[in-house]
Design a protein around this ligand. Structure first.
Ligand SMILES: O=C(CO)[C@H](O)[C@H](O)COP(=O)(O)O
Length: 222
């Protein structure tokens, strides 16, 4: 049992793209804490999703925190555009580099909070030199690119190690988990130390009438 408040960040990747504005309004009303926006470029990951213009349009549909996960390379030339579109948090992958610290500085200069995302194959040690400047750590429990994949168990050890690192830092840093999160894996990720759960499939399952129950079920893992 954790006493940390748990935030739910539905990924709109699993929403009905033909009604995206309505979907964002519905998931906001259902109790989402953050709206998770997965940006994919077909180069850093093998899929293409959407870019700043879609985010700018969705900004008019909700006041919730826009948690923008950039699965793109390079990152730096696009930071301003995502900040202008309405991003509150911008998370990038160290492999999209080469200068992670410079990217964090650029995200902050653009007025956003900065996050770093670790793929299943990226070591926890990557975070250490950057932790004093980060606001969010995102542990990927699938290889990025697609929703609906199975949870990769080794992510739990990584979450526990990062929880320890965050607690030792004394800083307020969100520890977010993303990929294959359902009611069962949510509970295990929370036990390991996560406090923000990204869910696509499990959040949007069953259509708008189910969203509030889906979010409550995910949060219920606490
Ligand atoms: O970043 C992602 C994929 O790269 C998605 O956010 C993630 O996979 C969520 O989808 P699901 O909950 O269906 O696994």
């Amino acid at each position: 049992m954790t006493t940390r408040p748990i935030k739910i960040a539905p990924s709109i990747l699993a929403a009905d793209f033909s009604r995206l504005g309505e979907e964002v309004r519905a998931i906001d009303k259902a109790g989402a804490d953050y709206i998770h926006l997965d940006v994919m470029d077909g180069h850093f990951v093998p899929n293409i999703s959407f870019g700043p213009s879609v985010i700018e349009s969705l900004r008019r549909c909700t006041d919730k925190i826009f948690d923008v996960h950039l699965m793109i390379a390079p990152v730096d030339p696009f930071i301003e555009a995502f900040a202008r579109a309405g991003a509150d948090i911008i998370t990038f992958h160290p492999e999209a580099g080469p200068h992670g610290h410079r990217t964090i500085q650029a995200i902050k200069a653009a007025g956003c909070r900065a996050g770093l995302s670790l793929n299943p194959g990226t070591p926890v040690a990557t975070v250490e030199p950057l932790i004093d400047d980060l606001d969010l750590l995102l542990v990927m429990t699938v290889n990025p690119g697609f929703g609906g994949q199975a949870f990769i168990e080794t992510g739990l050890k990584k979450i526990a190690a990062l929880r320890d690192m965050i607690d030792r830092s004394g800083r307020r840093i969100d520890l977010e988990v993303d990929g294959g999160i359902n009611f069962e894996t949510a509970a295990r990720a929370i036990d390991a130390g996560a406090d923000v759960l990204v869910a696509g499939t499990a959040a949007f399952a069953g259509g708008p009438d189910r969203y509030a129950d889906n979010i409550a079920g995910l949060r219920g893992g606490a």
